[in-house]
Design a binder for this molecule. Structure first.
Ligand SMILES: *[C@@H]1O[C@H](CO)[C@@H](O)[C@H](O)[C@H]1NC(C)=O
Ligand SMILES: *[C@@H]1O[C@H](CO)[C@@H](O)[C@H](O)[C@H]1NC(C)=O
Ligand SMILES: [Zn+2]
Length: 321
């Protein structure tokens, strides 16, 4: 385990800058040049994105009144998860229904999202924190590497208890959702639950690329035809010949949520509202390389960088666990 030294952080930062000048970042994942924005607080047309001057570092200043927490919040998500946040053998209390229709896949310009209509939404509930939440949607985030693998391959640097390991893309420190002990994953699936007062809880599941396809991701995100490739595409109704699709998936992962990391964080997109109850399932699921390709062809990268939770004066969270 490494200890913190500001010097090493500065070293990392300066190394990053040097290399990032020499190595164009994320060429394969660039969206078209973002349109210039002239934000005003009551302008509901304000756009956010994942790069350029509408990227995550600027979210808070695009709309300081409504999105200020994105820059100024102290309990922002995603974070680097670690073992002390693990809640073992404490299943969450779900009630899971069946759906044969009423679900559709949409593209909101930031993610691919399976949305439940009101009737279907009410069939799936999570009882926790003295409240009853219903399932609103589930959607994906797809991190991707940005810096040349070779450049940092043999480096090993410690920041707090966070170790950038050999074989970890250094560049992905900027664009991942949750991490666990510094490791990133290829895809993160978020189930969003909301109670009557609009309090939000999220249950998250990690995926890595592997040999086997995920039948759940196949039905939800890959099979719908045509998939909504842009924000303006019509929603694609989900063909739910298996009415227990969502039920079974949640039961196998989230419902049997006996080992998950839990903490109080925020939305990972503007307005970055805090007070979000996070639960990230410990066990990593597998999707095939083809499925990952099909999904990221649409979502590109849509992951916010790891946040400095419990910020210190230096803006760096250091845990002593
Ligand atoms: C919850 O959010 C919805 C949609 O934004 C809104 O119509 C409703 O008024 C909100 N309810 C509360 C209690 O804030
Ligand atoms: C933030 O700090 C508090 C108090 O030290 C600690 O209990 C909590 O686990 C920390 N949260 C995270 C996500 O590290
Ligand atoms: Zn999300």
């Amino acid at each position: 385990m490494f200890t913190t030294k500001l010097a090493s952080v500065l070293f990392v930062a300066s190394t990053f800058l040097l290399v990032s000048q020499a190595t164009p970042l994320g060429q394969n994942y660039r969206r078209d040049e973002p349109a210039p924005v002239t934000p005003t607080a009551d302008d509901h047309q304000i756009q956010f994105g994942y790069e350029g001057d509408i990227g995550p570092p600027y979210w808070g200043s695009l709309d300081p009144i409504n999105w200020g927490l994105c820059n100024k919040g102290t309990k922002q998500s995603p974070i680097n998860l670690y073992d002390a946040l693990l809640v073992p053998n404490s299943p969450l209390s779900f009630s899971l229904g069946e759906s044969s229709s009423g679900l559709s896949l949409t593209n909101d310009g930031h993610t691919l999202k399976v949305v439940f209509n009101v009737e279907e939404s009410s069939k799936y509930t999570l009882s926790a924190y003295g409240s009853k939440y219903t399932l609103q949607n589930f959607h994906v985030h797809t991190p991707s590497g940005r810096l040349s693998f070779k450049v940092f391959r043999n480096l090993k640097i410690g920041i707090c208890n966070f170790e950038i390991k050999k074989n970890t893309y250094f560049g992905t420190i900027d664009f991942v959702e949750h991490r666990y002990n510094g490791e990133y994953h290829d895809l993160e699936l978020h189930f969003v639950w909301m109670d009557a007062a609009n309090n939000t809880a999220v249950t998250g599941v990690f995926y890595d690329k592997g040999d086997a396809p995920s039948s759940f991701l196949q039905t939800a995100f890959v099979n719908p035809s045509p998939p909504p490739t842009t924000k303006d595409s019509p929603p694609a109704p989900l063909d739910l010949s298996d009415s227990l699709l969502v039920h079974k998936f949640l039961e196998a992962t989230v419902h049997d949520f006996t080992n998950y990391y839990a903490y109080d964080g925020s939305l990972t997109v503007p307005p970055c509202s805090e007070g979000v109850k996070w639960h990230v399932y410990r066990d990593v699921q597998i999707l095939s390389i083809e499925q990952h390709k099909a999904i990221t062809a649409i979502t590109k990268w849509n992951a916010r960088e790891t946040q400095a939770y419990n910020k210190t004066a230096f803006g760096i969270a250091c845990h002593t666990h």
